[in-house]
Ligand binder design. Sequence first.
Ligand SMILES: [Zn+2]
Length: 401
Amino acid sequence: MKKIKIPLLRDHHTHPCVYSSLNQCINLRSVLNKEQALTQMSQSKNEITVVYGWNSSFYSFDDKELDRLPPLIICNLSFHSFLVNKPARDILYSSHTEVISNIDKTNWIERNLDKITKFIAGLVTSTTDQIKSFYDDFLVTKGIWYAEELLLPDEKFIQLLLQNGLIDRTRIWADLEMFHSLDRENQEHIQGIKVFTDGAVGVKTATIREGFISGEKGIMIYTDKELENLLLKIKKTGKPIAIHAIGDLVTEQVVRILEKFKSQKVFLPTIRMEHCQFITKETAIKAKEMGIKLSMQPNFNSDSRHYADRLPEKYLRNNNPFRMLIDEAGFVPGEDLIFGSDGMPHGVQYALEQSLFPFYQQQKLSIKEFTAGYCMPDKSNGHIVVEVDESQQKISTRVII
Ligand SMILES: [Zn+2]
């Protein structure tokens, strides 16, 4: 048994605004049987019940069983697909016509994730107490001190974060439209601009070259030309850019466009690529040369098991290829390779378990690499006692504040 102390986490990619409100909602993540899920949802007394954490590989629902329940929106674990029952549609249609008419269309969802996030955030709006308690009670007990907001859903969250003295424990990213809607003062609080280039693995909208087992190729949101134009528009804000790119086709697209810009002597602000779960070695080497930072989630190592029903074996094996990125492409944890959770789930326990004892050796991080890419620079806010049992391949963590 090895025992070490590491600083609290710095979660570089999550969604505190939406999660702080969802924390009050029904979470199906650990509800493994459908009857139990239906019972929980049927007991809700809210005007509209928002449910999250649903993993479609465990069970699915049909319209009839959902329409019997109170007004309900179920968010898929990935937040890229949604079930809205008839009673909820009836209530929401007139106030949110566009979202409700398109909520079943995968293509529309992938292109309008900002609208969906704002829609959900509007239904579960969190109060100043909820956001404070999210940071001080929920995140801290999971070992997280600092948590970046990767897609600001609503301007008022900036004030909530400021009022609660939380602005130093986050960085806020917003899509370009949201950024332009803010006044100068609020724009100052925005770290950078978020762009989506594909969807998610769970709903088979991440763009992978060989396609999913059932044939889907994923959704590439922009053509090269469109993405080039968008990046040039963002360049005018002078802000760093965080680009969501999961599949090999889009990580490649991002690098291709940046190379083209470079050859034309067009220089963009700092670029961070979010997730890049299926980045190839060839793309990774170019990304390193281009000075792109990779922002990845060790907890998604387990996608290789959870999504074995939809991803070809080659992709299961090459999901989150940390060894290739560090040993062959030369990325350095803490410098140009940083870690976060995307809230799936939050916290040190699962992330560290997945890092030290992953399903595929390619996904393994040492505790030193984990700490460099995922932890606060020191233990002044608290620390985590980690016990590693190599023989049992188990860890235990204790957060000390
Ligand atoms: Zn995210």
